[in-house]
Design a protein around this ligand. Structure first.
Ligand code: TXA
Ligand code: MG
Length: 347
C-alpha cells in the first residue's frame, strides 16, 4: 500500500467545514479517512459499504474476526442499524451520548457482514468530538472505525502518531490535535440477560452502575486468566516493541530503580514510565512522566503517546508504575497489562 496521504488540519474551536466536506467525499468514494474523536483517532470508512470496510482490515492488518464500531452523529441514525433498542440503551443514550460509550445491539439487515465479523450484533457509538460529529454529518452514513493504529500497536492520540502508522495506507488524515481523553470508549453489551462491560473505558463500571444497577463486568476483567468475550480484547494489544513490566504499590519506584540499574549494567537500553512524584529518580534513563499519581485523567491522556515515545527511542525494556485496579484505574490497567502481556507485579 503506498497511496498519497493527504493531511487536513482542522481547528476544533473554528471548524473549517470545507475541509470536512472534502474528507467526506473520500468516504462517499469508498476510501479511508482517519478522523479525531475524543477518545482516540479512528480509521473510518462508509459503514454500509462492505468493500470500503474491507479496506480498513487491510490498512491496519486487523484480524478479520474482530468486528468494527459504527459511529453515528445523530440519535435518529440508530433505528435502521439495529433490530431492537432495549430500554437500558435508551437511558444511556439519553445520558451518556454523545460520548465515549459504545453499545452492542442486535444488528439490522443493513449492516455488511464484514462490519460485524459475521456475528448478529453490532457495536454503535456516538462520539462527542465536534470535528468527528460534523464529519459524520457530512458523510451522511454511519462511519465504521477502529482505532487508527496498525493492529497490536498503541492507539494513536494525535495526528503525528497516526501518520507514523498509516502513511500511504489511507487517503486522508484529519488532524484535530490531541485526543481529549486518550483511551478508547467503554464497550457495553446489551444483548444478553444483564448489561455487561466488555472493555472498560473512560466511563467506569462504578459510574455506569449508577444508571444500570444490574451491570456486570466480563469475567476476564475480574480474573486475568479468563478469555475475554469481546474479540478485540483477546489479542496482544497496545504493545510497544520493547518488553514491558509493571510494578504496582508503595515501593514501586525503588523496585523499578533497582531493576533499571541492573538492566542498564547488562547493556540494555531502559525506558521508564513513572509518576511525576517519582520521575526525578530516573533522569539517568529514558523516561516519560505519567503525570501526577492521583490524576487518572491525565494518565489516560498520556499513556498511549508515552509508549510510542519510548518505542521511538528504541528502548529494549520498559519499566512502568501502575495504579490500583478500580475506577478509571481499571481502564488504565486494562491497557497497561495488555501492553506488558500481563507482566505485572503487585508489591
Ligand atoms: O473509542 C473507541 O472506541 C475508538 C474510537 C475510534 O471510537 N474505537 C475503537 O475501536 O477503539 P477498536 O476497533 O479499536 O475497538 C473496538 C472494540 C474491539 O475490542 C472489538 O472487538 C469490540 O469493540 N467490538 C466491536 N464490535 C463488537 C461486537 N459486535 N461484539 C463485541 N465486541 C465488539
Ligand atoms: Mg483498537
Amino acid at each position: 500500500m503506498n497511496m498519497d496521504t493527504k493531511i487536513l488540519t482542522v481547528n476544533t474551536d473554528n471548524i473549517d467545514e470545507e475541509k470536512l466536506k472534502e474528507a467526506s467525499s473520500y468516504i462517499k468514494n469508498g476510501d479511508l479517512v482517519v478522523f479525531p474523536t475524543e477518545t482516540v483517532y479512528g480509521l473510518g470508512a462508509d459503514g454500509l459499504n462492505g468493500k470500503a470496510c474491507e479496506k480498513i482490515f487491510k490498512a491496519k492488518n486487523r484480524p478479520i474476526d474482530n468486528p468494527l464500531i459504527l459511529h453515528i452523529s445523530q440519535i435518529n441514525q440508530l433505528d435502521r442499524l439495529v433490530s431492537e433498542i432495549p430500554e437500558e440503551a435508551k437511558l444511556l443514550a439519553k445520558n451518556l451520548w454523545p460520548g465515549p460509550l459504545t453499545m452492542i445491539f442486535k444488528k439490522s439487515k443493513l449492516i455488511p457482514d464484514v462490519v460485524t465479523a459475521t456475528g448478529d450484533t453490532v457495536a454503535i457509538r456516538m462520539p462527542k468530538d465536534p470535528i468527528a460529529r460534523r464529519f459524520i454529518d457530512f458523510c451522511d452514513t454511519p462511519i465504521a472505525a477502529p482505532s487508527a493504529n496498525i493492529s497490536g500497536r498503541p492507539s494513536p492520540t494525535n495526528a503525528s502518531d497516526v501518520y507514523f502508522d498509516m502513511k500511504g495506507r489511507v487517503s486522508v488524515i484529519i488532524d484535530g490535535g490531541n485526543s481529549q481523553i486518550g483511551i478508547e470508549s467503554t464497550v457495553l453489551d446489551l444483548t444478553e440477560d444483564k448489561p455487561m462491560i466488555l472493555r472498560p473505558g473512560f466511563y467506569t463500571y462504578e459510574y455506569i452502575k449508577g444508571f444500570l444497577p444490574n451491570l456486570v463486568l466480563d469475567d476476564s476483567l475480574v480474573d486475568d486468566k479468563v478469555i475475554p468475550k469481546s474479540p478485540g480484547q483477546k489479542y496482544k494489544h497496545y504493545a510497544p516493541k520493547a518488553a514491558m513490566k509493571i510494578y504496582v504499590g508503595e515501593e514501586s519506584a525503588i523496585r523499578i530503580y533497582d531493576e533499571a540499574r541492573e538492566a542498564k549494567k547488562s547493556g540494555k537500553k531502559v525506558g521508564i514510565l513513572a509518576f511525576e512524584q517519582d520521575i526525578s529518580k530516573f533522569y539517568d534513563f529514558d523516561f516519560v512522566s505519567l503525570g501526577d499519581k492521583n490524576n487518572l485523567l491525565e494518565m489516560s491522556h498520556v499513556l498511549f503517546s508515552a509508549l510510542r515515545i519510548l518505542d521511538k527511542k528504541g528502548v529494549d525494556l520498559i519499566l512502568a508504575q501502575g495504579v490500583e485496579d478500580k475506577d478509571l484505574g481499571k481502564s488504565i490497567m486494562n491497557r497497561m497489562k495488555k501492553s506488558a502481556a500481563g507482566n505485572v507485579i503487585y508489591l
